[in-house]
Design a protein around this ligand. Structure first.
Ligand SMILES: *Cc1c(COP(=O)(O)O)cnc(C)c1O
Length: 375
C-alpha cells in the first residue's frame, strides 16, 4: 500500500503556462511579470492595504521583518514557543535573544496574558523587547485582537507568522495582515507552494521597497556596485513566482478540501471519549485547517499518542507529534520562558494527522480503518 503523507504538494496544472511565459520572455531571474503578478495576487487576496514582497523562503521573510523592525544584536524578541523552529531561528541570525511564551488552550497559540506578564517583567529588568512573533499554528488564528492590543499598549513591533495560515481569517480579517509585518510560506508542504518560497507582508510601499532592496543585496543607486548596508540574496525568482500564480488559482479549493478533511476527523472522533480535534473556538475564527490535529487523553482512551502514531505508521500512514515547543528544544535550552505547561502538555498528547488537499476517499477509509484498530 502506498504511503499516505501528512501534507503533500498539490499542483493544479495551471503552473506550467506561467513558467513557459517566463522562459519565452527570458525572465528567469528575480525580475519579471510573474513576480509582480504573484505579489499583486497576494495583495488583492489579503487586502487591508497589504504590500507584499516575495522571498526565497518564509524564514528569509521573518529575517527581513526583524531587520525592518530594527532588531539588533543583544535585543530581546518575544516568540511563541509552540511553533516550528523557523519562527525563532532568524532572531538568532540578528544576534538577538529569543524569549519564549506559552500557549493558551483555545487556539494553541500565544497566550496574551503570558505575553503581557513577560513584557512587564522584561521592562522591570530594563530590557524592553524589540518585537513579538505570534504564530497561527496549523492554520488556526491566534487571539490576534488581544495580542495586537498588548503590542500596541507597549509599543512593540508585532510580526505575525502566518506561514501555515494563508486563507485563515479572524474577525473578518485575513491572517498575515494583523501585525506590523506578516509572513507567509510557500514551502512544499504548505497550503499552496512555489516549491520553496515565502513572502513578507508590509503595511506600506516604503517598507516593501526596503525589503526588496535588502533581499537583492542592498545595492545603492549608482552606476557601479555600491553598498552602504549589508544585503541578502533573499528574492524569489520569477520562475517560482509562476508556480505561485498557478497555485493562487486553486487556493480557495485547497482551503475547502483541507477543511473537509477536518470535518472528516471531527466526525470520526465525535463519539470517541478522550480524543478531541482542534477546532475554531468561536465564529470569529476561520481556520484553513492546514493540518488537522488531535489531543489524546491516554487515561480515557487506554492508548497514548505514540501508540496511535505507531499504529498508523504500521499501515504506512504518516502522522507527527505536535511541534515540540522551542523552550524544550536543546538548541534553545538556555533561553528564558514565560508561562506554564500548556504548550508542553499539548506536545505530549497531540498528534497531527494526514491533511493534504489531495487525500482521496480511499486514503480517508484507510486512515479510519487504521485508527479503528485501536478504538
Ligand atoms: C514553514 C514555516 C515557516 C518557514 O517557512 P519556510 O518557507 O519553510 O522557510 C515559518 N514558520 C512556520 C510556523 C512554518 O510552519
Amino acid at each position: 500500500m502506498s504511503k499516505i503523507p501528512l501534507s503533500k504538494s498539490h499542483l493544479s496544472g495551471y503552473e506550467l503556462a506561467y513558467i513557459q511565459t517566463a522562459f519565452q520572455r527570458n525572465e528567469v531571474s528575480v525580475y519579471g511579470e510573474n513576480l509582480t503578478g504573484f505579489e499583486n495576487d497576494l495583495e488583492k487576496y489579503l487586502q487591508k492595504e497589504s504590500k507584499v514582497a516575495c522571498t526565497i523562503s518564509g524564514t528569509a521573510a521573518i529575517h527581513l521583518a526583524l531587520i525592518l523592525a530594527n532588531v539588533m544584536k543583544g535585543d530581546e524578541v518575544l516568540c511563541q514557543s509552540m511553533t516550528y523552529a523557523a519562527s525563532a531561528n532568524p532572531i538568532t541570525y540578528q544576534g538577538a535573544i529569543p524569549i519564549f511564551i506559552d500557549s493558551e488552550k483555545d487556539t494553541w497559540n500565544m497566550c496574551p496574558k503570558a505575553l503581557e506578564l513577560a513584557i512587564k517583567d522584561r521592562i522591570l529588568k530594563n530590557k524592553k523587547p524589540k518585537a513579538i512573533i505570534v504564530v497561527d499554528l496549523y492554520g488556526m488564528p491566534a487571539k490576534l485582537n488581544e495580542i495586537s492590543s498588548v503590542a500596541k499598549k507597549y509599543e512593540i513591533t508585532l510580526i505575525e507568522d502566518a506561514a501555515e495560515a494563508l486563507g485563515s481569517i479572524y474577525n473578518r480579517q485575513k491572517c498575515g495582515t494583523f501585525g506590523d509585518f506578516g509572513i507567509l510560506s510557500f514551502n512544499g508542504n504548505k497550503i499552496i507552494t512555489t516549491s520553496g518560497g515565502g513572502a513578507l507582508v508590509c503595511k506600506s510601499e516604503k517598507d516593501k521597497q526596503k525589503a526588496v532592496f535588502l533581499a537583492t543585496q542592498a545595492r545603492d543607486d549608482a552606476p557601479h556596485y555600491q553598498h552602504s548596508t549589508i544585503g541578502y540574496n533573499y528574492r524569489m525568482s520569477n520562475i517560482l513566482a509562476g508556480i505561485g500564480r498557478g497555485q493562487m488559482e486553486v487556493l480557495d479549493k485547497h482551503i475547502h478540501l483541507r477543511r473537509a478533511n477536518n470535518k472528516f476527523y471531527q466526525n470520526l472522533f465525535k463519539d470517541v471519549e478522550g480524543i478531541t480535534v482542534l477546532k475554531e473556538p468561536t465564529a470569529d475564527y476561520f481556520s484553513n485547517h492546514w493540518l488537522s490535529c488531535i489531543l489524546i487523553d491516554a487515561k480515557v482512551t487506554g492508548f497514548t499518542r505514540e501508540e496511535l502514531r505507531l499504529q498508523l505508521e504500521k499501515d504506512n500512514i504518516e502522522s507527527r507529534p505536535l511541534w515540540k515547543p522551542m523552550h524544550l528544544q536543546p538548541v534553545f535550552a538556555d533561553c528564558e520562558y514565560y508561562g506554564g505547561r500548556v504548550a508542553e502538555v499539548l506536545f505530549n498528547n497531540g498528534l497531527c494527522l494526514p491533511s493534504g488537499s489531495n487525500l482521496t476517499d480511499e486514503d480517508r477509509d484507510r486512515i479510519a480503518a487504521s485508527i479503528m484498530k485501536l478504538l
